[in-house]
Structures are given as C-alpha cells and as structure tokens.
Design a protein around this ligand. Structure first.
Ligand code: NAD
Ligand code: WQD
Length: 338
C-alpha cells in the first residue's frame, strides 16, 4: 500500500513509518519539522534498509499537499501532524485550532480531489475528559477540558460528518492512551524540546542527570498509592495498532473508533520504580501539589481493538523503561547530537 504519513518525522510517526516500511508499504512523510528533525527518518532508513519519501511542508499548505498527492498517489493517509501540549494549548489556542483542525480540513479536501478514501487519525484519550470513570469504552461520553483536547474532539466530529456524507470514506480514529518507550534499537525515540511535559521523558532526563529530580504531582488521589494512574502504551505496540487499523479499513468502510492502550493502570510511583530498575539507580523525586487539570486515573477498555483489529499490546512498562533508557543513554541530547 502507498501510505502518506503526516507528522511522520515525530515520535509516534517515526515508529509507525518504520513499521510500515518493514511491512513492505511505500511511505511519503509530510512534516513541517516544527517539532522534529529529519534525523529520525534517516535512522528509520538505517534500521529498515528502506527510505520513506519526504516533503517538508505544513499540512495546511494546500499547494504542497496537492503536489504530494499528485506525485505519490497515496492509497491511505495516517494523520499524526499536530501540536500536542495541553498547557501550551491554553496559552495559544488559535495556533492549536489552526494546526490541528485547519490542517485536517486541508488534508480531507485534498484526499477527496485525489480519490484517496482511507484515513487513520491520531486522537487521544483526552476526549474522555472527566465525564465518566475508567475503564473507558469507545462509547463513553466524550468532551474535553482544554483547547488541545477540543481540537481532537472536533476533528473526530468532522471525520464522522464527512464519513456520513461520503459512502466511500473509510475512517479509523485511534484514541491513544499514554504513549511511552522507544524502538528497542535505541536509535529512535521521543525527543521533546525544552522541559518535557510528560512523565517518561522527564524521568529519563532525571536518570541521565539532565534534571535534578522528578516532581510527582500529588499523592492524595484515590488510587492504590495515591499517585495518578495512567494506561502507558509502548510506542512500538502503538505503531502496530496503526497497521492493524489500515488492514481493517481495506475491508470495511465507514467511521470506526478504537482505543489503543494496554487496559492496565500504572501509578506514577510504579513508573518511577520501573525506570529505576531499568536504569539501575534510584530516581530522585519529590511529592508536590497536584497539577491542575489532571485526573486521578485514566485507562482503556481495549476489548474492541482486540476483537475488531486482532490487536493488543504486548510490551510492558518495564520494557518501555528499558527501551527509553537505552535511547536516552545513547542519545543524551536526542537527535541534536549527530
Ligand atoms: P510529535 O510532535 O513528535 O509529532 C508530530 C509531528 O507533526 C512533528 O514531527 C511535527 O513537526 C509535525 N507537525 C505538527 N504540526 C504540523 C503541521 N501542521 N503540518 C506538518 N507537520 C506538522 O508528536 P507525537 O507524540 O508523535 O504525536 C503524534 C500525534 O499523536 C499528534 O497528533 C498528537 O496529538 C497525537 N497524540 C499524542 C500523544 C502523546 O502523548 N504523544 C497522545 C495522544 C495523541
Ligand atoms: C502522566 C502522570 C501526572 C509529569 C498527557 C495529555 C494527554 C496525552 C498524553 C496527547 C500524571 C504525572 C507527569 C511530571 C508527574 N497527550 N506526572 N510529574 O497528563 O496523563 O496525558 O499526555 O494527547 O492528552 O494530557 O500524561 O505524562 O503528563 O502525566 O507526576 O513531571 O504523571 O500527574 O499522573 P497525561 P503525563
């Protein structure tokens, strides 16, 4: 299959591009490199012995997208491109609506002009908001509590509307829980700019000595050890979920939503301990106040993805910590080093 991957130089996109190339698919990545570097794709080429085509462009650039579709003629699109920091989205909401919602409109219009009818979209468990209790099934009520989450929720609704209007369209919405880990080679991984927002990259930088200690946001949640629990999904399992979704969509039309998680909650302190084991050291941490906007617990009901896609997560938090530590140790400054 010929797959156009928006945001394919990023964290999840690079791991998925690697999986696509390994499975024999042809890939064109469209990425503006606003939060990534070409080095990730150079390493994907080194790991797979195959090269993804690359266009440096914003997905909102209708002319660039038009020529990419005309020359590559994709059978399907996986749409990762977007901005993803919850806190930042409250500061620059228009940027989030432009980059996340605006880009999707341009993409869908271009797909329609080029008879490309299959799209897999990176959504997020953030759409479950605080409306119900975990484990979340895909039928749980959705809404969002911040501009980033609203962009994901809006794009889901746009995709549902477009699919309802177009019999040919095949849409797979993937609601990721908390992606962590790195490729087991240690050659590709997560390379956040500045101070990491997410738990695993922060812990990894503490282990590497780049940061003094982890601030644990609250130990008074109604969870077994009082720290927040999340469903941490290894990025390599997540990448495999995209291939499973594409496979499903070759045989089914319409609009489909799947949770991609492990179905198991792990606490902050469990993750800290698992990382300490992987790194062979104690991770220094301090309990501080809760972070505004955080929920006590979030984890998936993964039965639909298992039943419909034949997909499930195989890797553990311990695997993810070992892989992240390998990536972090070999690349202390991410891709900037070479
Ligand atoms: P990432 O920032 O590493 O990757 C996103 C990529 O898209 C980057 O390479 C960036 O340069 C590019 N990009 C951003 N806006 C663009 C635009 N308008 N045009 C072209 N390129 C653009 O992030 P990631 O963690 O790999 O996330 C990928 C997708 O998954 C995002 O849509 C994100 O919202 C979603 N998601 C991520 C998580 C997570 O925790 N990482 C969880 C749920 C959902
Ligand atoms: C995990 C746990 C924190 C950092 C976010 C987005 C979500 C999705 C995934 C994109 C929580 C605790 C964290 C730290 C800590 N992204 N923590 N100290 O908030 O579950 O989800 O990323 O779609 O939309 O909201 O992930 O990694 O930030 O936090 O104690 O320095 O770790 O309180 O319990 P979160 P996270």
């Amino acid at each position: 299959m010929r797959v156009l991957v928006t945001g394919g130089a990023g964290y999840i996109g690079s791991h998925t591009t690697l999986a696509l190339l390994e499975q024999g698919h042809d890939v064109l990545v469209v990425d503006d490199l606003s939060n990534s570097s070409r080095e990730s794709l150079a390493r994907v080429a080194e790991l797979t012995g195959r090269t993804a085509d690359f266009v440096e462009a914003n997905v909102r650039d209708a002319n660039a997208l038009e020529s990419a579709f005309a020359s590559f003629r994709p059978d399907a699109v996986i749409h990762f491109a977007g901005w993803k920091a919850v806190g930042e989205s409250t500061q620059v909401p228009l940027t989030y609506y432009r980059e996340n919602v605006g880009s999707t409109l341009t993409l869908l219009e271009t797909m329609a002009r080029h008879d490309c009818h299959t799209i897999v979209f990176s959504s997020s468990a953030t759409v479950y908001g605080e409306l119900s209790e975990p484990p979340f099934t895909e039928d749980a009520p959705t809404g969002a509590t911040n501009p980033y989450g609203r962009t994901k929720h809006m794009v889901e609704q746009i995709l549902a509307d477009v699919a309802a209007a177009d019999d040919q369209l095949r849409v797979g919405v993937l609601r990721y829980f908390n992606p962590i880990g790195a490729h087991e080679s240690g050659r590709i991984g997560e390379d956040p700019k500045g101070i990491p927002n997410n738990l695993l990259p922060f812990v990894a930088q503490v282990a590497a000595g780049r940061r003094e200690k982890l601030m644990v946001f609250g130990d008074d949640y109604p969870t077994p050890d009082g720290t927040g629990t999340r469903d941490y999904i290894h990025v390599v399992d997540l990448a495999a979920g995209h291939l499973a979704a594409l496979d499903f969509l070759t045989e089914h039309d319409g609009y489909h939503v799947w949770n991609l998680g492990t179905g198991r909650p792990n606490s902050v302190l469990e993750v800290v301990n698992a990382f300490g084991e992987a790194a062979g050291m104690e991770i220094p941490y301090q309990i501080v106040a809760r972070r505004p906007g955080d929920v006590a617990s979030s984890y998936a009901d993964v039965s639909r993805a298992h039943a419909e896609l034949g997909w499930q997560a195989h890797k553990s938090v311990a695997d993810a910590c070992a892989d992240t530590f390998r990536w972090q140790s070999a690349n202390p400054n991410g891709y900037a080093q070479d």
